[in-house]
Design a protein around this ligand. Structure first.
Ligand code: ZN
Length: 191
């Protein structure tokens, strides 16, 4: 039981207390249910891979987004992780392609440009790509990554934009931190 708790506490967002709750839940579940979970996890590792074009997670390579004829091939949206693709896809607003970097620049953690899929991104920049949207996270690492990419791409004749950031819907101006507020002012839209 200790081993199971310690394995679950390694998962993101799961502390020791949550891990204990999960383990107790599994102890009460039937053997069949636990087996289903274990099989789903193993099959996840065996069948899900990275798309060799955009590095999104996929069961087929290239992924469904890269092979979809209806997607706009002239635009690439750059994100940090595959779950950012899921989040953007849920909005149904974006019709272009993606490129998943696999993280963000972080000198503190020793993550440099070579640790991200930046070389792979540069290889995709053919004549057919006319716009790049940088959608890294609005934190120090995401900002550093965006600045680095801007410098790299700017000399090419490709339009670069960044997703607008600002006050979340339902948010309150008075509780927004200064970076968020500064970004909101910067990304203001004409009425
Ligand atoms: Zn892909």
């Amino acid at each position: 039981m200790e081993r199971a708790i310690s394995e679950f506490s390694k998962l993101p967002g799961i502390g020791r207390k949550s891990a204990q709750r999960v383990v107790f839940y599994l102890l009460k579940s039937s053997k069949f249910e636990v087996q289903q979970l274990a099989e789903a996890l193993i099959s996840l590792k065996e069948n899900v891979k990275f798309c060799t074009t955009c590095y999104n997670i996929t069961e087929v390579d290239p992924c469904h987004i890269c092979t979809n004829e209806k997607r706009d091939r002239s635009t690439i949206c750059i994100v940090e992780e595959a779950n950012d693709v899921l989040a953007l896809e849920r909005t149904s607003q974006y019709k272009g392609l993606y490129h998943v970097l696999g993280g963000a620049l972080s000198p503190l953690e020793g993550i440099g440009p070579d640790d991200l899929r930046i070389k792979e991104l540069m290889r995709r920049l053919s004549d057919s790509v006319s716009e790049m949207i940088i959608a890294t996270n609005p934190n120090a690492e995401g900002e550093a990554t965006a600045v680095y990419l801007e410098k790299l791409i700017k000399p090419m004749s490709i339009k670069i934009s960044r997703i607008a950031r600002g006050i979340p819907v339902g948010g309150d101006l008075e509780y927004a931190d200064e970076i968020t507020l500064a970004r909101a002012i910067e990304g203001r839209v004409a009425l």
